[in-house]
Every structure is written in C-alpha cells, then in structure tokens.
Design a protein around this ligand. Sequence first.
Ligand code: SF4
Length: 468
Amino acid sequence: MSSPATDQSVLFDRELIDRYAISGPRYTSYPTAPQFHEGFGPEDYRAEAARTNRETPDKPLSLYLHVPFCDTVCYYCACNKIVTTDRGRSEPYLDRLFQEIRMLGSLFDGARPVKQLHFGGGTPTYLSDVQLTRLMDVLAENFQLMYTGGEYGIEIDPREITPDTLRILGQRGFNRISLGVQDLDPKVQEAVNRIQPNALNIRAAEYARSSGFESLNVDLIYGLPFQTAEGFLKTLESVLSTLDPDRLAIFNYAHLPQYFTPQRRINDDDLPSPDEKLRILEGTITLLTEAGYLYVGMDHFAKPQDELAVAQRQGVLHRNFQGYTTHAECDLVAMGSTAISEVGDTYAQNVREIEEYYARIDAGELPIFRGLQLTRDDLIRREIIMRLICDFQLDRKVMGERLGVDFSDYFSAETPVIRRQIEEGLLMEEGDLLRVTPGGRLLIRNICMTFDWHLNNKQQTKTFSKTI
Ligand code: SF4
C-alpha cells in the first residue's frame, strides 16, 4: 500500500492535453494483452493455479463470466459478441461454460471465497432467468460463493431487464449493477442503432434498487455521431437527476472501422470534431465535479462515499480487466470465450471464436490460447503502473524498498522523461513523492507509458486508442 491520495481534484488543461494527445494502452493489465503469446497454455495455467493454492491459500478469488450474445448490434461496438435473436444459441454455450466452471473449480482450493463476481459481455441478461439460475447453481457447486459482503456485479441492458431477473440476482448476492446508457438524444441513438428512451433506464434503476442493489453505475460514451457539448451535457444532467448513479464511466469513442465491422455503419462525417469532443469532456468534468462527483481515474467518476472513491483515498484501489475495483487481493479466474484470467504472476486468455471454444471444451481442455508468465521486471513495473493509475501518486523511496530495488538506479532510463513531465506540469515532486497534478490526471495513461518497458522497447503492431 502506498501513502493515501488525499487530493482527488481534476483539471481540464487544454494546453497539456494538446501536447499529450497520442495513442496508448488503457492498462487494464501490465504487460498489456499484445504481449501475450501462444507459448503459454493450459499446463502453465494449471501449474500457476496449484502454486497459488500452495503459497497463498487464503487469497480470495474474483470470477469473471463472459456471455457473448446480444440481441441487436450497437454500431459503436468494439466488443467480442455474437448478435442473434435466436436465444436458443445460448444453450450450447452455457453447456460448455458449465464444463469450464467445473474444470476450473477443480483447480482452485474449494475454501477460497469468491469475493468478487462479474458477469460481462456481450449482454449477460441475454440469458433467461432459468439459465441465470442454473448458472449460479453450477458456480455455487464448484466455488465458495458469498451471499453477502461480496462485490457481485452485472452489466445489464435496460431495454430488456425485468424485475424478476434482478430479484433472482439480488437473492444470489448481486449488489452492483451497470447500465449501458451511452446518450439520451434520440438522433444519436438512431445513428448508433440503440434506441433506449430514458424511461427504460429509470425503470431498470428502480428495479435494481428495490431488489437491494447497493451501487448503480451508468456508462456513457462521448464522440458518437451527432453529439455536441450542449446535447451531451443535457444527457448528463438528465442521468444525474433521474438515475442518481453512484458511479459513472464516461468513455471516449474510438472510431476504428478498419478493426470493428459494426463501426462501418457510422458515417465519418456525422462524428463530432476533435475540438467538439474536448468541449464535451471539459463540460462533463465541470458538471460532474460541481455535482459532487470525484474523478477516480481513467474515464471513471464516483460519489465521495462510493467504495471506489474511499478505496482511492485509502490507497487500496486496484485495476483489472473489468476496470477499477476495491479487491486487490484476489486471483481473477475468467471463463467463457475471449475471457482473460490473472492468476498469481500470470495472464491467460481464452480463445475468441465460439466454435473453437466449444471444440476445446469438448476435448476436455482448458480453452486458453495465449498468456504470459510475468518476469520480475514485469512485476515491478506492474506495481508502479498500478499505484500511479489508482493513487495518482508514487512514493519512490517506499516503493523501491517494497520492491527491493533502488528506484533511481532501476529507473535511470526513465528519469529524463519523469523530469520533463514535472517541468511540463503533468507531475509534481515533493521529496521522494511524485504526485500527478490535477491537470495530469486526465493524462494518466501517458504517465504510465513512461514505465512500460514493452511499449518503449519493442515494435508494436497493435493500434491503441487516443489517451484522451
Ligand atoms: S455495445 Fe454491448 S449491447 Fe451493444 S452490441 Fe456491443 S456488446 Fe452488445
């Protein structure tokens, strides 16, 4: 744990943004997924799972389940999903998912509690109530689920949620819900093929609260066709007054139609200009900070009393493939096509194609196709990047002692870049403490990139989104 961050303010500094607006990773992991390789497979994963049982038997688990189906396609989508109205297609998928749950359940010590559970997709609520109930039963047979006190969350589509579904999930320990809203303007909704009047969002939020869900997150996207600063702020005001979310994730739309087929349905000429997008961002930060929300980090805002904001003040916030979390201490066991696990000192990713996922499971194999065993240098840099991205500060002396290195010697190659970032106002130096300035917070990806050995020393073939 580093010394806690006390100042949680953020500042829109146009000059700094113009200087640092480049492409870069989002650091849901370090090293990032392009460094995973096919030399890492199921046997490596089994060995690491056994090592964690032996060496860290009290370490809780975090489970992630990927449900890849959606009813209709949103044109901005960059997720791994299968769009079909044939709900029957979820049955063969669930059969394989159950088998994977059983395989993974046998790898981990049954006494390790599941402190965190997350259903993502796709659209997890594509599954029927009967299917969700069966899924929870199979999980409970194979893992030590907690019915109270865990952080159990699900992404829902407000267009199709029912009170019964939320009641069932609430009874099974789910207490966090995330609503994909994106924008309330009908013209924007039509342009992205996601028609969702706010009445549906209000209804979903009411169902969730009456089923005992404690925390409501709303996802919005800026940079979509026909958006303007005025229009987006109207959406934001309406979301705050009608949904009163505990957390908001405001994502920057990355238009990459060369990689994501649905985005080809979006007309380039309808997109807001880079300048307009920055006006949206500036207005968003002003509106949310005036409404009392804190900028937790990369795209995320939370009420001061929300667990994420509290964890940040206490220096115990964590970031993984699902975003920010308060559970740093878990091994993340992921299931379903494309899912990525973080167990011990490794990452492991499942195959992306559903047919291949079925074939691997039917052959009795874990469907892992690539991964990474972290080196000592990776572990050191992962810790530095994690603390920066979660705490917005780094005590170089404390961190060096904790990691068993002399900070200035170990990062001598990075020192000139750190100095430049101090001079340019991204960072402040107070003795050994490096603090990210309120203006630097929006550019935290750029600061983390300084410590990314792979990014700075290898040829990259992957295109990352803009850091702002
Ligand atoms: S954005 Fe979400 S709901 Fe829309 S197509 Fe993509 S995964 Fe499905």
